[in-house]
Design a protein around this ligand. Structure first.
Ligand code: KIV
Length: 279
């Protein structure tokens, strides 16, 4: 059983790290849930990791709902966060409509990329009863697919701190902080009373989020901010290659993979087919 939001908040207060991992489909949701991860994230990274899109910007609400529903079926007890895709929170009504759609599809909290510029949207959603997670630092939807660090310059660092404060005051329940120097992410985390979850933002956030495909080695490339715990790509490739060879060399299917009939039945059918009818 995954935690409730209150339990996540308690973890922050007690200094117990929170874990979050992406899941885009039924089997991944089961795995992430069974592994005891606190939060499943149906991120718009589904676009580049699963759908073959060039960028997160191509992800639609239909894509999100389709994948979110599969995740909820795989992790019915999980605490599930879902992204509003690019352009889906451009005004208050659109943001609410899309957030409502994601909540109806099973999300417990929805995530919106954007810094303090998202204050009004977050305020409006929170005011209408939607649990919202902000996403500051590197925002793939706005900064493009090539990640870079935000917050090395004092003015940008101050802007990050201000954004976290503004979003929390607007009613956000959580913040994801992506690709921010550890020292700045630590100050953001210490100054927030809601959980701040880092990705590529060092060791001192309240929790960490990674993309499942990066953890298991299924992504097309590796990233400095992630740790790869398995090499599933080569395991799957090896298995599929072995299947192909077994087919080509008549080792699959074997007798145990086949079903059989009484030889007399086979014989009758054979003669009907080849001798022009039953005798
Ligand atoms: O879409 C996603 O997977 C994300 C994480 C990288 C935080 O937003």
């Amino acid at each position: 059983m995954n935690p409730t939001y209150q339990q996540l908040l308690d973890k922050k207060k007690k200094g117990i790290p929170i874990s979050m991992v992406t899941a885009y489909d039924f089997p991944a949701a089961r795995i992430v849930c069974e592994a005891g991860v606190d939060v499943l994230l149906v991120g718009d990274s589904v676009g580049t990791n699963v759908l073959g899109y060039e960028s997160e910007r191509e992800v639609t609400m239909d894509d999100m709902v389709h994948h979110l529903k599969a995740v909820v079926r795989g992790a019915p007890d999980g605490y599930v966060m879902a992204d509003i895709p690019y352009g889906g929170a451009s005004d208050e009504d659109r943001a609410f409509r899309n957030a409502r759609t994601l909540v109806d599809a099973g999300a417990h909290i929805i995530k919106i990329e954007g810094w303090e510029d998202k204050k009004v949207i977050v305020e409006s959603l929170a005011g209408r009863g939607i649990a919202v997670c902000g996403h500051i630092g590197y925002n793939p939807q706005y900064h493009g697919p090539k990640g870079r660090v935000f917050g090395r310059e004092p003015e940008v660092a101050r802007q990050l701190l201000r954004s976290a404060r503004v979003l929390e005051q607007a009613g956000a329940r959580m913040i994801i902080i992506e690709k921010v120097p550890e020292e700045i992410a630590k100050i953001v985390t210490e100054n927030a009373s809601i959980p701040v979850i880092g990705i590529g933002s060092g060791r001192y956030c309240d929790g960490q989020v990674l993309v499942l495909h990066d953890i298991i080695g299924l992504a097309p490339r590796t990233f400095r901010h992630a740790r790869q715990y398995a090499e599933v790509y080569s395991v799957i490739t090896g298995a599929v290659q072995q299947f192909r060879k077994d087919v080509e060399e008549h080792r699959f299917p074997a007798v145990e993979h086949s079903s059989h009939v009484d030889p007399q039945v086979a014989d009758t059918v054979y003669r009907e087919q080849n001798d022009g009818g039953s005798q």
